[in-house]
Design a protein around this ligand. Structure first.
Ligand code: FMN
Length: 200
């Protein structure tokens, strides 16, 4: 598979296999499959085990609520994401129970989302995170208490279909190999060069 990560070291197959797809098949994700994926997300680590992630989702077959989520998307996300089987809005609960700001909330939602995506990948379900959404619209449409919750990122999930199903530029993007920085560009043993890495 052209999208599989080409790694220098023996990185786990699951990590190599995950990628952000846009061509989703008609095959539906079942409630049990989604619950499995969400349960996995819930096993992510979090500061004080506070688990500040929240998820609002709709299946494509529930067209009214699915459209409500899809309507929050912006730009080109609006084109391909509506073909997904499930749309999810991930949110962060911003404060601890005593009202103190949880500075780790966004970090922890990210950790849960990564766990969610890896579980999905293990089930041959592909996903795509989207920061391209209208936050104000999401808050309004879903009656979100802004003081307590912050929409973080949307997630499209579905079984994979052929790249040919997509129009350009998505078709080309669907078959373009993925790339990453070399380890040396983002990590260094703490020695003289560390300062240089952090400056990038
Ligand atoms: C927080 C976040 C926001 C993103 N927003 C979008 C988006 O709005 N639209 C999109 O097509 N991809 C979006 N992506 C997907 C990234 O572009 C993608 O993960 C990155 O290019 C690496 O590709 P890969 O996931 O296939 O390895 C987003 C990813 C993250 C983590």
């Amino acid at each position: 598979m052209i999208k599989e990560a080409k790694t220098e070291h023996k990185v786990h197959e699951l990590i190599k296999k995950r990628w952000s797809a846009r061509s989703f098949s008609e095959k539906e994700i079942t409630q049990v499959e989604l619950d499995t994926i969400l349960e996995a997300a819930g096993w992510a680590f979090s500061a004080m085990n506070y688990q500040p992630w929240r998820y609002i989702y709709a299946f494509k077959k529930d067209s009214e609520n699915f459209s409500k989520l899809a309507d929050c998307l912006t730009g080109s996300n609006r084109i391909w994401a509506k073909e997904a089987s499930v749309l999810i809005m991930s949110l962060a609960k911003k404060n601890y129970d005593d009202g103190v700001l949880n500075k780790s909330a966004l970090h922890d939602v990210g950790a849960a989302n990564a766990t969610l995506m890896l579980q999905a990948t293990s089930m041959n379900i592909y996903g795509h995170l989207m920061g391209g959404f209208d936050k104000e619209k999401a808050v309004e449409l879903f009656n979100i208490d802004k003081a307590e919750y912050e929409p973080v990122v949307f997630i499209a999930l579905g079984y994979l279909d052929k790249p040919e199903k997509l129009k350009e530029p998505f078709k080309t993007r669907e078959v373009t190999p993925r790339t990453r920085k070399a380890i040396s560009e983002f990590a260094a043993e703490f020695k003289s060069e560390t300062e240089e890495v952090l400056a990038r």
